[in-house]
Design a binder for this molecule. Structure first.
Ligand code: SAM
Length: 336
């Protein structure tokens, strides 16, 4: 279809395209035209006098015959509604666990047809449960697997999500912890899972050592694979109970990461034991909205007092909403 456009030499085209985008007059419903020497940038309206002044000499306003931009169909175009799902690597997890099998199959089919990055669609059969915080799944469609590689902040995490815990929903939180770490620090990740905290911290901040502990042998299997996959240095992966392992590293940690929000309070004595004087505990909890922090701070103070130490609360924040009126919180506490 014929439309007004800006004609510009290819090699001078990018700043002009950016300017049109900023002015919100680049017509994205049409494909940018191109020939050997020129780009033809379609306009949604005529530029006002002066709008393209800085490019007056290299541009020309002409009419050009454009092709329509092909809009890729989205799942909602095929289904008539937007399905809720979470993506881990190339696996989509359906979030509505009450779906009947016919509706789950329709959604899975739409996802596989429209999202080239998705190869498998799973429906969780249980919530995250048990000491190892894992779920059971049913394969709804696609490649029948629960193993994948998830990419996050330049790191890769291989995981079988039916055998070890992993969620991309904590990615922002993981990057927030980064800002607390300094080069040369020693970090103990008491509940490391497949390594998303340990590996990100080790890769980004040059700590002198990261001790990554998990009790789930499958999580530690993937943790070790992920350390290699990411060429992460200075991580010691340990399969064991954080309470027992803490005794071996008493007084060594500048930072202790306690990402076991339902039960972290049971491990506070070990976390205090791990910290150097002035070391920081990153404590996660699940708390009700009418008592977001106070009970948890009391528990941290109690553990410190039992060890004859003091606490300075440095930061407290909501990480995400967990359930109605329940929040996943984090408290940063210095143990003096
Ligand atoms: N930090 C990881 C992440 O962000 O993906 C994993 C967090 S997951 C909520 C908690 C982890 O703690 C699980 O991998 C579980 O196996 C581990 N865990 C539970 N009890 C433990 C214990 N007593 N000692 C060490 N690890 C434990």
């Amino acid at each position: 279809m014929k439309q007004q456009c800006v004609k510009v030499l290819k090699k001078k085209g990018e700043p002009v395209r950016k300017m049109l985008l900023e002015l919100e007059i680049l017509d994205n419903s049409l494909k940018i035209g191109v020939d050997e020497a020129f780009l033809y940038l379609p306009l949604s309206r005529k530029p006002a006098p002066g709008e393209l002044e800085s490019f007056l000499e290299e541009t020309e306003l002409i009419a050009f015959d454009f092709e329509l931009q092909q809009k890729k169909p989205a799942p909602e175009d095929l289904l008539g509604f937007s399905p809720s799902y979470e993506v881990i690597g190339d696996i989509a997890l359906l979030e509505d666990t009450d779906l009947d099998s016919q509706k789950a199959s329709r959604i899975a089919d739409a996802l596989l047809r429209t999202q080239p990055n998705i190869k498998t669609v799973l429906k969780p059969l249980t919530p995250v449960i048990g000491e190892f915080r894992v779920r059971e799944f049913e394969v709804v469609a696609g490649v029948p697997t629960t193993e994948t590689i998830h990419r996050e902040y330049g790191c890769r995490y291989k995981v079988d999500i039916s055998r070890a815990y992993f969620t991309p929903r904590l990615s922002t939180e993981r990057s927030r912890i980064l800002s607390w770490i300094k080069e040369g620090d020693t970090i103990v990740d008491m509940f490391a899972g497949v390594g998303p905290y340990s590996i990100l911290l080790a890769k980004s901040k040059k700590p002198s050592k990261v001790i990554a502990i998990d009790k789930n042998p499958d999580a530690v299997h993937y943790l070790k694979e992920n350390i290699n996959l990411n060429s992460a240095k200075n991580i010691e992966a340990i399969e064991g109970d954080a309470r027992e392992e803490a005794k071996k590293f008493a007084g060594t940690a500048d930072h202790v990461v306690m990402n076991l929000p339902h039960n972290a309070h049971e491990f506070l004595d070990s976390a205090v034991l791990l910290t150097k004087p002035g070391g920081i505990i990153h404590y996660y909890g699940i708390t009700p909205e009418d008592n977001l922090y106070e009970s948890s701070i009391k528990l941290i103070r109690g553990a410190a007092e039992r060890a004859g130490r003091k606490v300075e609360v440095l930061e407290k924040r909501v990480v995400r909403s967990y359930a109605p009126h329940q929040y996943n919180i984090c408290i940063e506490a210095r143990i003096i």
